[in-house]
Design a protein around this ligand. Structure first.
Ligand code: ATP
Ligand code: MG
Length: 292
């Protein structure tokens, strides 16, 4: 099969084959590039990333011990937080100064570690709101304004399509507050997809989700990648990470300490050190477990 016959996603993944496993390494087809991103809280440098590129059409996982700065990095580059310094671009355009809803409109969306589903809106309304590009609840009234009317049917249909896709159609008119944690995670992902993103950043989408729904979520993530979407995934479960990732970037104490394919990361000294130092162990591979 020649490369031109492959699906775009397969091309993105395939082209990582020759990339050296080094922190900050250049990618052949980067969709997202960040430089010198620093975010401190008091004296703590929560994020201090010199250079990070995300290859288009891949599932790239960000891993690292608790407090490594993964969520803070997401917050900064998605426009929900402001850093001391740094610049980052998406699809070749500098988006450093854009607020969150405008970042979303460029095609880059994120979900939150703690779901932001609005409990007193129905599942369907949550998705409708998602169409506004990650704005808050106060923008809901905008949905009923005349300018929205003509798009409303279209948006509503897309919401129903996504509810169907995520097996939530039966919850359409239920308040998000009555949904299980796992269903809310699915809803959050569906909501992010309302803006038809090119890249989706998922912050621990599987946390607190039961095993059956986890499998379903993983299936959705892989399907999105196979459709050509770029996925950035923050995840602690190493079995999941090693199984699903095309590429892994490892954070520790705010810094990017390693990058590579799963097999590179599994045996990377700096990664093992970071996890052992934080009393976490990289699972399976070897039989030893860390019980403390
Ligand atoms: N708003 C804040 N104010 C003060 N400190 C913060 C704030 N947000 C994050 N931090 C600190 O910044 C560091 C990085 O936190 P962050 O949440 O980004 O880590 P993480 O890698 O996402 O961790 P986890 O895996 O536990 O979610 C931590 O030490 C955290 O306590
Ligand atoms: Mg986090």
């Amino acid at each position: 099969m020649t490369s031109s016959e492959q699906a775009p996603a397969a091309k993105g993944v395939g082209r990582l084959v020759d990339v050296r496993p080094e922190p900050g390494v250049a990618k052949p087809d980067a969709i997202f590039v960040a430089d010198d991103v620093v975010r401190s809280f008091g004296g703590l440098r929560a994020v201090d990333v010199d250079h990070l590129e995300i290859q288009r059409g891949t599932i790239t996982s960000l891993i690292g011990p608790n407090g490594a700065g993964k969520s803070t990095f997401f917050n900064v580059v998605s426009g929900f937080d402001r850093p001391e310094s740094g610049r980052w671009s998406f699809r070749g355009s500098d988006i450093t100064t854009l607020p969150a809803h405008r970042v979303a409109r460029t095609g880059m969306v994120r979900t939150f570690q703690l779901t932001k589903a609005l409990t007193r809106l129905t599942a369907h309304e949550n998705l409708m709101l998602g169409a506004t590009g990650q704005r808050g609840e106060r923008f809901l009234p905008a949905l009923v304004k005349p300018m929205w009317k003509r798009q409303e049917a279209e948006i509503s249909a897309r919401a129903d399509e996504l509810l169907e896709r995520f097996n939530l159609a039966h919850m359409r008119d239920e308040f998000a507050g009555t949904m299980s944690g796992g269903q809310r995670k699915l809803l959050e992902m569906a909501r992010a997809l309302m803006v038809e993103p090119t890249m989706i950043m998922l912050d621990e989408p599987m946390a607190g989700v039961n095993p059956a729904l986890t499998q379903s979520l993983l299936g959705h993530i892989q399907a999105l990648r196979d459709e050509g979407m770029t996925i950035v995934l923050v995840e602690h479960d190493m079995d999941v990470v090693m199984g699903i990732s095309d590429w892994i970037a490892t954070f520790a104490q705010g810094r990017l300490i390693a990058e590579g394919r799963p097999e590179d990361i599994r045996r990377d000294e700096a990664v093992i050190e970071a996890y052992l130092g934080a009393h976490r162990s990289l699972p399976p591979q070897e039989e030893e477990t860390e019980d403390d």
